[in-house]
Structures are given as structure tokens and as C-alpha cells.
Design a protein. Sequence first.
Length: 227
Amino acid sequence: MTERTLSRAQEAQAKPLRRDAQRNRDAIVAAARVAFAEQGLEASLEGIARQAGVAIGTLYRHFPTRLALVEELFAEKFTLLLDTAEEAAAMDDAWEGFCVFLERFCELQACDRAFNAMAAARLPVNTRSGRLNERVKELGNEILDRAQEQGVVRTDVTPEDIAFVAWSLEGIIQATSTVAPRAWRRHLHLMLDAFRAGGAHELPEPPLSPEQVQQTIAALECCVPDC
């Protein structure tokens, strides 16, 4: 997809759509929401277009890249996640804020495979979702710092350790979705107990560095295909 094609698509989206074009766009978004939720970020764009009742060319006219379609779908959820992070960071009880942030984050993961992947993804920083995600991470670090300052979270926990929550929950959510769809909550609260300061024991391995987290994400292929 060339820059000229992208520019034309962006100009077209800035103008009010004809009724039939808006209907096609709405149908594409609705079909994509179902496909991504069930199949993840690699869901077939051809299949989405077919389900929406449009040609693949029509899909690309509205959404020139897969990332553009993903952005359309998940802007609302990333905004909700940011609102949750801001609410949690403002709570007087830092432990409550820590728990609220992680539990609501995991609730969003649990109901949508694509958002589950997005939560652990390397998002381009020049996209709206990427910027929102970076702000959520900043607030998440503040929430952790406050909980440690109040003495409720063990001092050896690092922001990189929080990545384990998303990675481990992803597998549990997928494994139990049809037999016990809320089982992830039990695992999350076991992990929360492990984060508590009281009764902490020395850990056998050091935390991952930020570079190691990025290498792990790359190995997991947790990136949004931009095609």
C-alpha cells in the first residue's frame, strides 16, 4: 500500500460518506468485530469482506491496511482501558487501584481474542492505539509505584513482571473459554496474592529487562500485521 493510496483513503474518510458507502463501512466493521474476536488479529480480510457482503476492494477503500481496521475496532476499548488506568491511579487505596486496573484489563482480554493479542502487542507509536497504549503503560507504572510506596506490593516487582499477567492470562483464556470462561479470574487472583508484600520470599531469578520483554514479544509474534 503506497503513501499516495493511504493519503487518498484518509482524504476520502474525512468527507461525509454516501448512504450506501456508510452502510458498507458499517457492515465491514460489524463483520470484522466478530471475526477478530473469534479468530484473532490474523482473521482473513477476504473472509471479513465476504461476510460483510462487499468486495475486498471495497474493504480496502475504507481501510487501506489491516491496522487501520484494527484501529477502528479497538479505539473505544483502548479509551476505556485508559479511563480505568486513570481511575485506578487516583484511588487512595493503592492496593485497590492495583487490583482494579489489572482485573478490568483482564476482563477486556477475556472477551475478545484480538484485543487479547493487542494487549501484548508492539503497537506503532504513531497510531492512536499506540499512543493510548503508551499512556496506559505510564499510568500502570505509577499504579505499581504507589502500591510499593504504600507497602502493599512487594518491592522486587517491576513493570516487566506485570507483562506476565497478560501473557499467562492469554493462554488460560483460550484454553478454558468453552468450559469455564471465568476461570481466568481465579488465576489472576492467585497472581495478585503473589504480588502482595506480606509473606514475600526471595525470587530465584531476576526480573526481565525492558529489552528482554521486547524480545519476548517479538518471539511471540505479538505485533499487529500492517497489511
